[in-house]
Design a protein around this ligand. Structure first.
Ligand SMILES: Cc1cc2nc3c(=O)[nH]c(=O)nc-3n(C[C@H](O)[C@H](O)[C@H](O)COP(=O)(O)O)c2cc1C
Length: 371
């Protein structure tokens, strides 16, 4: 067993988060991970794709037990929260909801958080399992009173020490430091986990704010490394995406598992730079990004309303649709650098057991090996 302060704060067995991965569905995955003793996170930004990406929206709703044709946003959310609660309550699984709080998502973010609060108030039993609001992709300032006031634990993800300072001032309970290795959205000014994680840990140490590492973590070795760097746990996205219970399309899972040495690249995503599995299609997307939005490789944010950004986003949308239709030629597959270390499709429980066993063995062997 590997226990840290994170386990006590959230009531989870293992110091591991299954990352929220929007706008895609994590509805089934979240139940499986929560039941395996880690924090399961639901993604919610799929609600935004009702008009723009119907295939993603429909999948998001149906995996959550909702009807994409008739249910409004609140009803969809209520059904997903309830389905998750019903799926985890017998095993005391703990779950939360990932909410993107960027400016353009603010109205939706308020709707999601209000619905989460209402659900827990209407049925207080939910509070035993539905414990976390995990905000991302925006400024944490101003959200604390609502989230913490309702009794949720509040987690926010950042790519920098500056972002972590902002979290501390905003009153965030747990900070996730997300390195450039990570899958899909990455930051404009990249720093990898090996540097970012200890830097954030050191900056937060005087305030006793717990820090979790994200980006590149996929097994027991990398969990132990994060603990050595001062983290209280890790968040894994790419690794949990490629599991049997994951809601992601088979083409996507295979893309992660088949990725080899140096098999990811960065090109434009929905909200800036994004990491993709290297394929002829993503290489073309990268070349187009270099022509149309070179600032992406120079740390200079582009104008998302410009014609060139819109052209790149349209190409990306086509790539996302293709994944769901199993069109391997046009598919764009988001994934982290650690895809090269993810080589098998496992059941979530077996994966978590394997990670914990490996980490426990390494920690037990360390004094004999090094001292
Ligand atoms: C397909 C995919 C979608 C993601 N979508 C989101 C998202 O909507 N919100 C978010 O905060 N992070 C998102 N992430 C980042 C993850 O939450 C996590 O921080 C990251 O995957 C960790 O790095 P790893 O992929 O190396 O494990 C996404 C990651 C992937 C792979």
């Amino acid at each position: 067993m590997v226990k840290t302060r994170l386990c006590e704060i959230l009531g989870i067995k293992h110091p591991i988060f299954q990352a929220g991965m929007g706008p895609f569905s994590n509805n089934k995955l979240c139940i499986a991970t929560a039941n395996a003793g880690v924090l399961g996170l639901l993604s919610t930004s799929g609600l935004n794709s009702r008009e723009s990406q119907k295939v993603i929206f429909d999948h998001f709703c149906t995996t959550g037990g909702a009807d994409p044709e008739v249910d409004d946003d609140e009803t969809i959310l209520r059904k997903i929260f309830r389905q998750t609660y019903n799926g985890v309550k017998d095993k005391n699984g703990v779950f939360g909801v990932n909410v993107m709080v960027s400016m353009e998502m603010k109205d939706l973010a308020n709707k999601i958080i209000n619905t989460a609060i209402a659900c827990r108030n209407e049925e207080p039993d939910l509070q035993n399992n539905f414990k976390v609001v995990f905000t991302s992709a925006g400024d944490p300032m101003g959200w604390g009173d609502k989230i913490k006031g309702a009794g949720f634990k509040w987690i926010h993800v950042v790519p920098s020490v500056k972002g972590a300072e902002r979290c501390r001032k905003a009153g965030v309970d747990i900070i996730v430091a997300s390195g450039h290795e990570g899958g899909f959205h990455t930051s404009w000014e990249p720093v990898h986990s090996m540097v970012l994680l200890p830097a954030v840990v050191e900056a937060m140490a005087p305030y006793n704010v717990p820090v979790v590492g994200a980006g590149g973590f996929c097994d027991g070795k990398s969990l132990v490394a994060a603990l050595a760097l001062g983290a209280v746990g890790v968040q894994m996205g790419t690794r949990f995406l490629a599991t049997e219970e994951s809601d992601f399309a088979q083409t996507w899972k295979e893309g992660i598992i088949n990725a080899g040495d140096r098999d990811t690249l960065v090109a434009r995503g929905f909200v800036g730079p994004a990491r993709w599995i290297k394929t002829p299609r993503s290489q073309l997307h990268q070349e187009n990004t270099l022509k149309l939005a070179p600032g992406l490789f120079l740390g200079k944010p582009d104008d998302p309303t410009s014609d060139s950004a819109k052209e790149l986003m349209a190409f990306e949308r086509e790539g996302m649709r293709a994944v769901y239709h199993g069109d391997k030629e046009k598919a764009l597959i988001a994934g982290g650098e650690c895809a090269q270390r993810v080589n098998s499709l496992l059941k979530v429980q077996d994966l978590v057991d394997g990670i914990v066993t490996e980490a426990t063995d390494i920690i037990a062997r360390m004094p004999k090996t090094y001292l």
